[in-house]
Ligand binder design. Structure first.
Ligand SMILES: [Zn+2]
Length: 62
């Protein structure tokens, strides 16, 4: 019988960091680092102010 794959090496278990797409780490998951976690938090807080997204095409009225 071949050895079964180790539990900590299951593919598809680690989701990529939602901020930068790097593999998430155990310490900061679902982010890859504390830094990305802060980025996500700030993004979330900013969103509560209804700040428009990066594009302001709305200004481009004809
Ligand atoms: Zn990241």
């Amino acid at each position: 019988m071949p050895a079964k794959p180790p539990d900590d090496a299951r593919p598809g278990t680690a989701k990529p960091c939602p901020i930068c797409g790097k593999p998430a780490t155990e310490a900061s998951k679902p982010f890859c680092s504390e830094r990305c976690r802060d980025v996500d938090l700030n993004r979330w807080l900013s969103d509560s102010y209804k700040i428009p997204a990066a594009r302001d095409d709305d200004e481009d009225a004809e």
